[in-house]
Design a protein around this ligand. Structure first.
Ligand SMILES: Nc1ncnc2c1ncn2[C@@H]1O[C@H](COP(=O)(O)OP(=O)(O)OP(=O)(O)O)[C@@H](O)[C@H]1O
Ligand SMILES: [Mg+2]
Length: 336
C-alpha cells in the first residue's frame, strides 16, 4: 500500500462564480507533498498557483463565490469535509502560509513583536515573556536588523521587504507540518533571499516540515526543491524530480521556461528567450491541448484533442501527445 502523503491533492477543481459565468481557475490538478519534502510549483502569471494554495486552506468565500471539487487530504484527513472552524484551527497551526502580498495579513494596531509572540503562544505552552523573547529571536533569524527595536514598531513603519520577513517569522512560529510559501522571497534582495531560503530548508530538515514552494524563479527551484510541478492554465503539465526536470524536460512549455533563464555566455549575456504568445483566457479554454497555440510542435491532434497527464518513467509525468507517442514507440520497440 502507498505510504500516506502529508498533503495529497486529487483532481482538485476551483470554480469561481463570476459575472462572466463559472471560471475554473484550477482544473483537475493532482499532486502530493511528502513529509520533509520541498515541492516547487512553477508556471507563468495567472496559471493558478495562488488559487491552488489558497484552495488548500479554503480561503475563498464558499458561501457566494467558489465551489471546490476533487479531494484534498492532509495527513489522510479530508480538508474539503472540515468545518470552517476546524479549518481555522489547522491554518497557522499545522499548515502555515506565506502570502504573496504581505501587507494584507498583519494587524495594523499591534506591534510586530506582539503579533509574532501571539502566533507562538497559539501553539506553545510558554509564558508571554518567553514567547516575546522567542519572537525577537525569530525576527532575527529572518535577517531583520535590530530585531529588539523592530519588534516595538507597527506594520506601517516597515518596508515591504521587512513586512515579508515578519510574515515569514509568523508562518514559521508554529513550526508547521506543512508550509505553503507563495513567492516568499520575490520582494527581497538576493542576500536576504538566500537567508530566508536557508531558514526554510533548515526547518524542512530539522522538523521534517513539508513545503509547497511557489515561485517564478527556476534558479531558486534548482537550489531548494526536491520535486517540481509545472502548471499551465489551471492544470499540471509536467511533474518530475528536480534533476530530471532540469536535465530531461519533456513538455515544450517546460522547455520554454527553462530556456527563459538568463545565462552568462562568456562575457556577453544571452538574449532572454520568451515563450511566444499569451496564455489563453479562462473563459475561452481551448478544446485541444491548452498550450497548442504557442507550441512549436503542435499538430492537428494537439489542436483537437486534450492530452492527459501521463506517467513516463519513475515519477515523471507529462501532459503532451508528443511525449506520450514517443514513450509508446519506445515501449513497442523494446518489447519486440
Ligand atoms: N476570486 C477570483 N475570482 C475569479 N477568478 C479568479 C479569482 N482569483 C483568481 N482568479 C483567476 O484565476 C487565475 C489564476 O490566478 P492565480 O492568482 O492563481 O495565478 P498565479 O499563478 O498565482 O499568478 P501570479 O504568478 O501572477 O501570482 C487567474 O486567471 C485569475 O484571474
Ligand atoms: Mg500568485
Amino acid at each position: 500500500m502507498k505510504k500516506q502523503s502529508l498533503l495529497d491533492v486529487q483532481e482538485l477543481k476551483t470554480n469561481f462564480y463570476t459575472e462572466r459565468g463559472v471560471v475554473t481557475a484550477v482544473d483537475g490538478i493532482s499532486f502530493s507533498v511528502e513529509e520533509g519534502e520541498i515541492v516547487g510549483v512553477v508556471g507563468e502569471s495567472g496559471c493558478g498557483k495562488s488559487v491552488t494554495s489558497q484552495s488548500i486552506l479554503r480561503l475563498f468565500d464558499e458561501k457566494y463565490s467558489v465551489e471546490y471539487e476533487g479531494s484534498i487530504l492532509f495527513k489522510g484527513e479530508s480538508l474539503l469535509e472540515k468545518t470552517l472552524a476546524e479549518m481555522q484551527d489547522i491554518r497557522g497551526n499545522e499548515i502555515s502560509m506565506i502570502f504573496q502580498d504581505p501587507s494584507s495579513s498583519l494587524n495594523p494596531v499591534y506591534t510586530i513583536g506582539r503579533q509574532v509572540a501571539e502566533a507562538i503562544l497559539l501553539h506553545k505552552d510558554i509564558t508571554r515573556k518567553e514567547a516575546y523573547q522567542k519572537a525577537v529571536k525569530l525576527l532575527e533569524l529572518t535577517g531583520i536588523p535590530s530585531p529588539e527595536k523592530r519588534a516595538l514598531e507597527y506594520p506601517h513603519q516597515l518596508s515591504g521587504g521587512m513586512l515579508q520577513r515578519v510574515m515569514i517569522a509568523m508562518a514559521l512560529a508554529c513550526e508547521p507540518k506543512l508550509l505553503i510559501a507563495d513567492e516568499p522571497t520575490t520582494a527581497l534582495d538576493v542576500t536576504i533571499q538566500a537567508q530566508i531560503l536557508d531558514l526554510i530548508v533548515r526547518l524542512n530538515q530539522e522538523i521534517g516540515m513539508g513545503v509547497m514552494f511557489i515561485t517564478h524563479d527556476l534558479g531558486v527551484v534548482a537550489q531548494v526543491c526536491n520535486r517540481v510541478i509545472v502548471m499551465y492554465l489551471g492544470q499540471v503539465v509536467e511533474e518530475a524530480d528536480v534533476r530530471t526536470l532540469f536535465t530531461e524536460p519533456l513538455h515544450p512549455y517546460t522547455k520554454g521556461l527553462l530556456h527563459s533563464i538568463p545565462k552568462l555566455d562568456g562575457e556577453r549575456a544571452e538574449k532572454l528567450h520568451v515563450i511566444e504568445g499569451t496564455v489563453p483566457s479562462l473563459t475561452n479554454v481551448p478544446t485541444g491541448c491548452r498550450f497548442a497555440d504557442r507550441c512549436p510542435q503542435a499538430d492537428a491532434t494537439c489542436l483537437e484533442h486534450a492530452p492527459a497527464l501521463e506517467a513516463q518513467n519513475d515519477g515523471h509525468k507529462v501532459r503532451c501527445w508528443h511525449a506520450s507517442a514517443q514513450k509508446e514507440v519506445e515501449t513497442y520497440v523494446a518489447t519486440n
